[in-house]
Design a binder for this molecule. Structure first.
Ligand SMILES: [Zn+2]
Length: 188
C-alpha cells in the first residue's frame, strides 16, 4: 500500500460481533504489524470514522476502491417530479435529475425500515412497488396461511356506563364486564 491510496477493508469487528467493511486510506502512520500473540494486524486510517483503526483477522482488502456513499432514488419517475431541489444545470440547459440518497447504516437508528437507502421518500418507494409488485411477490409467494399457537382467556374487569338523570346530568355507573385476552404461547 502506498500513501494516499484508498481501499476497502473487511474484517471481524469484535465490538460489533460481526464482519464489517470499511473505507480506508493509507498514510505514514498506517502499518502492518503483529500482536504479542503473533496475530497479523493492520492499522489504517478509517475514512468513515475519520480516525485510525486496528484490524485483526482481515478477510479482504480491495485496493483503489471505496464503497458507494450514495444511491440514486430507484423510482424511475423520480426525475419527473417538479421540485426545485431536483433542478441541475445552468442557463438553457437545465434538467430535473433523480434524487441522490446518502447511504446510512441501517443497524443504527431504530426508526429506519431499510427502504430509505434506495428511495428519496415513501411515495417513490410505493411507485416502485406498484411497478414491480408481481415480481416482488414472486420472490416469496404465500400460498398457505400461517398459524401462531396461542391461549385465549376470559378476564373480568371493572368498567362503567354513563346514565343521564332527570336533570340531564351524566353519571358514571360502575359495572363488571368480561373480555377475551390472547396470550402468546412460548414454544422455544
Ligand atoms: Zn425519488
Amino acid at each position: 500500500m502506498v500513501n494516499g491510496e484508498t481501499f476497502q477493508i473487511s474484517y471481524y469487528a469484535k465490538k460489533h460481533g460481526k464482519f464489517i467493511t470499511r473505507n480506508g486510506k493509507w498514510n505514514d502512520k498506517c502499518k502492518y504489524w503483529f500482536s504479542k500473540s503473533l496475530k497479523p494486524l493492520i492499522t489504517y486510517f478509517d475514512v468513515d470514522a475519520d480516525n485510525y483503526r486496528t484490524a485483526s483477522g482481515v478477510i479482504g482488502l480491495r485496493e483503489g476502491e471505496l464503497m458507494a456513499t450514495h444511491n440514486w432514488c430507484h423510482n424511475p419517475d423520480c426525475h419527473t417530479y417538479q421540485t426545485t431541489d431536483r433542478v441541475r444545470g445552468s442557463g438553457n440547459n437545465k434538467v430535473l435529475r433523480t434524487r441522490k440518497i446518502k447511504i446510512q447504516d441501517m443497524s443504527k437508528g431504530y426508526y429506519l425500515q431499510g427502504w430509505e437507502n434506495h428511495f428519496c421518500r415513501v411515495a417513490c418507494f410505493f411507485q416502485y412497488v406498484k411497478l414491480h409488485i408481481d415480481r416482488i411477490i414472486a420472490i416469496a409467494p404465500v400460498r398457505e396461511p400461517s398459524e401462531t399457537p396461542i391461549k385465549v382467556e376470559k378476564e373480568k374487569y371493572e368498567t362503567w356506563n354513563y346514565q343521564s338523570d332527570e336533570n340531564g346530568n351524566y353519571n358514571r355507573v360502575p359495572r363488571m364486564a368480561t373480555r377475551t385476552k390472547v396470550i402468546g404461547v412460548n414454544n422455544d
